[in-house]
Design a protein around this ligand. Structure first.
Ligand SMILES: [Zn+2]
Length: 289
């Protein structure tokens, strides 16, 4: 289910092809003119990212409201960047975009920034949050900072992310100030249905989970136990390693402020992992919001 680069190039050989696709996404196969309301053939207006209504001549600009709207960078390059960002698990650095697209670092940085924002927004769970109902893993990780250390002690200058992951399904990462009962338990209760199974490690704040109805089980990492019957947190740890590898390989400075967005970007990619090559289309559809 990969999307080979040759196929991508054949589908979007030039800016016209990209613009036709954006128009089709916004207006479907048989668009009605937003001005006269009649079903209309929209004719391409040359020299502009626009189409004209066959009846009244009204101009339609399909890029309005997308990240491409105010950019003079060719659409083919934007599409290429989207292709790269959805084809990797680890994210793409501005340096890499600069090299692959043949643009300046400044342009590459801006494109990457806009597209990451798009992915992060695309992840955002609907409100109210739909609670996960089956078997859920909960775990925290510590990002950045200099000192190595586990929870509490030594974690002072690290940023903490809590992951709630449904087996075979979605991850929901949340940056928190501290990993204690006051933050962890409300997070679990917000994201997980009380009838669900919850797996964690032996970290003490999780011990109160059965009180809220959860079928809670643990693995004792301190005792080098990584699976205990149906209980383990290997899926969420898999996500942490993708996230951390991404942070290393893209050389981004992830402050507390940006880590939530960064984690959301990775969650978007992770949660759409089954879309494979179609993740490009998922992303393209999000540009019209
Ligand atoms: Zn019209």
């Amino acid at each position: 289910m990969k999307y080979p680069f040759q196929d991508f190039k054949a589908e979007y050989p030039n800016d016209d092809a990209c613009l036709d696709r954006i128009l089709a996404l916004r207006y479907g196969g048989r668009p009605a003119c937003p001005s006269c309301g009649k079903e209309s053939k929209l004719h391409r207006v040359s020299g502009r990212r626009a189409y004209a209504c066959q009846h009244c001549g009204h101009h339609v600009y399909p890029c309005v409201g997308t990240p491409f709207e105010k950019s003079s960078t060719p659409l083919t390059l934007w599409f290429h960047a989207m292709y790269l960002m959805t084809a990797t698990r680890n994210g793409v650095s501005a340096k890499e975009l600069e090299r692959q697209l043949g643009v300046t670092y400044k342009t590459a940085w801006r494109i990457g920034h806009e597209l990451r924002k798009l992915m992060a927004d695309g992840f955002s769970a609907p409100t109210p949050v739909e609670p996960l109902k089956t078997h859920v893993e909960v775990d925290e990780t510590y990002v950045g900072g200099k000192r190595k250390g586990k929870r509490g002690r030594g974690a002072k200058n690290k940023t903490i992310v809590v992951g709630v992951l449904e087996r075979g399904g979605d991850i929901r990462p949340t940056v928190v100030k501290e990993a204690n009962s006051a933050t962890l338990i409300p997070l679990v209760r917000k994201h997980v249905d009380a009838n669900a199974i919850v797996s964690t490690d032996e970290y003490s704040p999780y011990r109160s989970l059965p009180r809220y109805g959860y079928a809670h089980g643990t693995v004792r990492h301190g005792a080098h136990e990584y699976v205990n019957g149906i209980h383990h947190v290997n899926s969420v740890e898999g996500f942490w390693s993708i996230l951390k590898r991404g942070i290393r390989s893209t050389h981004v400075h992830v402050s507390r402020k940006y880590l939530q967005n960064y984690a959301n970007e990775f969650a978007f990619r992770y949660n759409n992992r089954k879309a494979g090559g179609r993740m490009f289309d998922v992303m393209l559809e999000m540009t019209r919001k």
